[in-house]
Design a protein around this ligand. Sequence first.
Ligand code: PLP
Length: 415
Amino acid sequence: MSESAAPESQAYHFGIVPPGTSPNVGWGKRPELLPEAGLDTRCVHAGAQPDPAYGSVVPPIYQTTNFAFFDLGTSSGFDYTRSGNPTRARLEEAIANLEGGSGATCTSTGMSAVLLALNLLEHGSHVLVTEDCYGGTFRALEHARNTYGLQVEYLDLADLEAVKAAWKPNTRLVWIESPSNPLLRLTDIAAVAALARERGAFSLVDNTFLSPILQRPFELGVDLVLHSATKYLNGHSDVVSGAVVAAPDRKDLAQRLPYLNNLLGISQSPHDCFLVLRGLKTLTLRMAAHQANASELASRLEAHPAVARVNYPGLPSHPQHELAKRQQKGFGGMISFELKDPTKVPSVLRGLRWFTLAESLGGVESLVAHPATMTHASMTPEARRRAGISDNLIRLSIGIESLEDLWADLKHQLD
Ligand SMILES: *Cc1c(COP(=O)(O)O)cnc(C)c1O
């Protein structure tokens, strides 16, 4: 056998399809049709082309650390799973497609997505951040301040004058959480993104609470979108996952994201990617169900005499209801509220039947949480007070159960 024939026969032996000779004609065709397709169609089909090896309709889990080279210098495009994996590539394609971005990278958790995004900053940068941001994001930013000298400033980003006043020559990033957690406060995303661009910084929206179905940050001019895919994107409370997505006109960032993911070693496992891909298929259905329940429950809670205040952007009483209608495609499935009698908070938290007392959110099942002692315990009491997170605030992640069951449960505790 001649030497030149060896790689081919070896490849045949290992069952590797030579590059460019994939027998599957469907592969690579449907993604081109996707941009014009509706979001429901894209949830089902983005990243879901039949597998080129055997045509499996559901993406296989490539549970492997490494990939055989076809020949010296010729690989399938994948060599090592930390750097790249076909199952993860599908999820990245799907999330980038749903957000309308130029590229995405998927990380082991939402927090590792936060870490990755912060690693885009050069030394000596200054960051402006939503004041009542996710507690873990606050902790990561404080760690970066103490360890790497990152300059961080928390403020109400809805106050554009305050944002301008806080701006420094080294401000490189505006970190927007809208709606924020747990107070559901909004930022005028288009206004802040425009300011950031004008001044040579980039803007990021943590879109965890609304998902690309209910909020489309790239259409508002931001540079990056971040997700804790643990929440609505996966939707079934069985995997932790994160993603960072680059805007359609930020291909430069899209290239740096996978580079940093590989460098930091925080990429998502193939099995977890498979689960999130499965979750994505029902994203539009789930978001509609979460939102229908939440809108109705928010109104009923607001009308209940035991309740002092309800935070839900869909309520006309929400101070930024008009902004919510303008910049969001919906109001989401998260509600927080305060009781008139703070001594009743523990019994409500303990007594609910369909709402599990648990952290996290965005799953099909309803959850109740006490931000001051749970999700936001990593904030200092002073930072919580400044952000307006009181000890009698209760947060609900509204699931997709029957509305009347959820209401009967809440009403029973409030009565
Ligand atoms: C949960 C969450 C995160 C962190 O994500 P994990 O998957 O828990 O690591 C970040 N931002 C927001 C808004 C979140 O709700």
